[in-house]
Design a protein around this ligand. Sequence first.
Ligand SMILES: [Zn+2]
Length: 65
Amino acid sequence: MSKPLIPRPKSEFLQVECPDCNKVQKVFSHSSTEVRCLVCNCILATPAGGKCKIRGKVIEPDKKE
Ligand SMILES: [Zn+2]
């Protein structure tokens, strides 16, 4: 059963590395609330009218050799 191609949703989950403790955590790109590190509780993303502003380092997904 094949599905027709659907456009990519604008929202996605990003892998964000905490600038303080280097813990990598999934962050919703359009989160409407602050996202904090689960380990050290520092702010990883803040809402910015739609797409949120990522404070940490975004790890590119699916970068395979
Ligand atoms: Zn942290």
